[in-house]
Write a protein of this length. Sequence first.
Length: 333
Amino acid sequence: MTNAIMNGQVFIGVDVGGTKIAAGLVDSEGTILSQVRTPMVGESAASGLAAVLTAIDAARAGVGAASPNSISGIGICAPGPLDPRTGVIVNPPNLPCWRNFPLADEIEKARGVRPIIDNDGNAAALAEARWGAGRRYRNVFYATIGTGIGTGIIFDGQIYHGRTGGAAEGGHMSIDYRGPRCGCGKPGCIEILAAGPAIARRARAKLASWNGPSALLDLAAGKIDAVSSEMVGKANEAGDPVAREVLRETIQLLTLWLGNIIDLLEPDVLIVGGGVAAMLQPFFDEAREFMPGCCVNSRCQEIPLLMARYGADAGIAGGAALCSTVPPASNHG
């Protein structure tokens, strides 16, 4: 760590959440050298800013006696919607204290360094492309699947933002116009069908008519309403047939969605992360088998489907990646 810091190859990555902020020092190879977690106090715009500054200062303290100039940049994964070009937080549902809040300007005033700001899906995608599972590829599609589904698109080693910065909302692509209405207002989004809450809902519905023994029901202490997606993953590991059926249905839905992504973008690699992706990893071979039936692209099976390098620390790595200057890969995998 000391050599990386003294050589000035260290970035501060900050991940701002609704209740906590994670920040860390990340070197030029994407290794997280140290990290801290502090509460996010979102009572007002000022208190939210103060919480972010506290996290930045705590991360910077890891530099120790080295010069503050050793920090090569600060990158922040902030809740959207936001404008990555200006660093303004527009209207985040999980942080209502920030409305059209110029976060980049305020941090620059307070600490003399202008941070680069983007949303978590874009930043995590860049971290995976620069340092993670997508390191050998130019064009990357990344998805994090957990409570929701966030995505990011990397073309030629750079984030694709679209015209206004609102591109890559892949979790809100509808695959069933008659499906349940998503929190975004659209029907049948992949998020409402395949994220963690959807997995739990399908499991509860199946258990209501299940008569045999169930490891899943045991994990929920016999209470169907208490079943969570995490329990489904654990029950599948124990061989529970209901959990396996639920996860197989989920991977089929996700494969249909990813088939659309391939037909639209034809990326060099598909990378997935997040808690739900981890429990679905044993079904990746099935996803590859399903793929030709979900794609016009006859060479869709040539595109790798990989697990992300970064797990819970994707926001820290993503923030750091925003201010790194690593050139894009020179080949297509």
